[in-house]
Design a protein around this ligand. Structure first.
Ligand SMILES: O=C(O)c1ccccc1NCC(=O)[C@H](O)[C@H](O)COP(=O)(O)O
Length: 267
């Protein structure tokens, strides 16, 4: 896939697809669905519990395919993956629900959440507060706000909608300007994504450059391009103890063992 303006293309497609869903299920209907969803599992608190116990808080991602990698996991079973992640020691799950670019599906989120006790982030491109209610209706416990995809007004509306439903929001940034805007939101979880959205290449130096700008009262989540325990320890040196990892786990035959290995410090 050509990488130029991939985020713009994803968001444009998301807006079109969402408009159709929203027409079929307007505000009153989606709010009723959200109100009937199972209770929220605290997402940020689950990560913090692991960190306070002296370890790392891992958000383990269920991702079948991506624009950068194409098809990642042909034998894709979200419930089995969720159970394996939980057995390995994940603190939370991230599930892609975007179909056109990631081969995701809301059904994958429902299946993963039903298969374990972990809180679940809906990993999608939120372009309207209606999608936050939709996320809660499908059982999500947290949503993603990508600062590169929204203006300040929409970011605030998404954060308010998340709070309305008792969900946490992971606010994702790629550069210092986005970080400054993210810090204006009342959201403790700040994700630094190491993936350059123009080239789709990951570089852990992104977290090293931006981490000093994350205040102590926010919780830094390092996202993308993480593979080894050495990667996590390198990121911990600049203050990251919470991590979002997808592709490297999705490529493992034994996902539970891969999570365990990453959480176990070398002797
Ligand atoms: O993964 C992609 O190719 C991608 C392309 C464009 C926008 C977002 C993209 N990924 C979303 C993510 O942020 C990652 O799925 C997540 O951080 C996990 O990253 P990884 O461990 O590198 O799979």
């Amino acid at each position: 896939m050509s990488t130029s303006d991939v985020l713009a293309r994803i968001c444009a497609t998301t807006r079109t697809d969402m408009a159709a869903r929203k027409a079929a299920r307007p505000w009153t209907a989606i709010e009723a669905d959200a109100a009937a969803a199972p209770p929220v599992r605290p997402f940020a608190a689950a990560l913090t519990a692991r960190v306070q116990a002296g370890g790392y808080g891992l958000i383990c991602e269920i991702k079948k395919a991506s624009p950068s990698a194409g098809l990642i996991r042909p034998d894709f079973d979200p419930a089995a993956l969720a159970r394996a992640y939980a057995a390995g020691g994940a603190a939370g799950l991230s599930v892609l629900t975007d179909a056109p670019f990631f081969q995701g599906d809301p059904a994958y989120l429902r299946a993963a959440r039903a298969a374990c006790d972990l809180p679940v982030l809906r990993k999608d491109f939120m372009v309207d507060p209606w999608m936050v209610a939709e996320a809660r209706a499908m059982g999500a416990d947290a949503i993603l706000i990508i600062m590169a995809a929204v203006d300040d007004g929409l970011a605030g509306e998404l954060a308010a909608a998340a709070a309305q439903w008792g969900m946490d929001a992971l606010v994702e940034v790629h550069d210092a300007a986005e970080l400054e805007r993210a810090l204006a939101l009342p959201c403790p979880l700040i994700g630094i994504n190491n993936r350059n959205l123009k080239t789709l290449v990951t570089d852990l130096a992104t977290t090293e450059a931006l981490a000093p700008g994350v205040p102590a009262d926010r919780h830094l989540v390092c996202e993308s391009g993480l593979r080894t325990r050495a990667d996590l320890d390198r990121m911990a040196a600049v203050g990251a103890r919470r991590f979002l990892i997808g592709e490297s786990f999705m490529r493992q035959a034994d996902v539970a063992a891969a999570v365990r290995t990453l959480l176990t410090a070398p002797a």
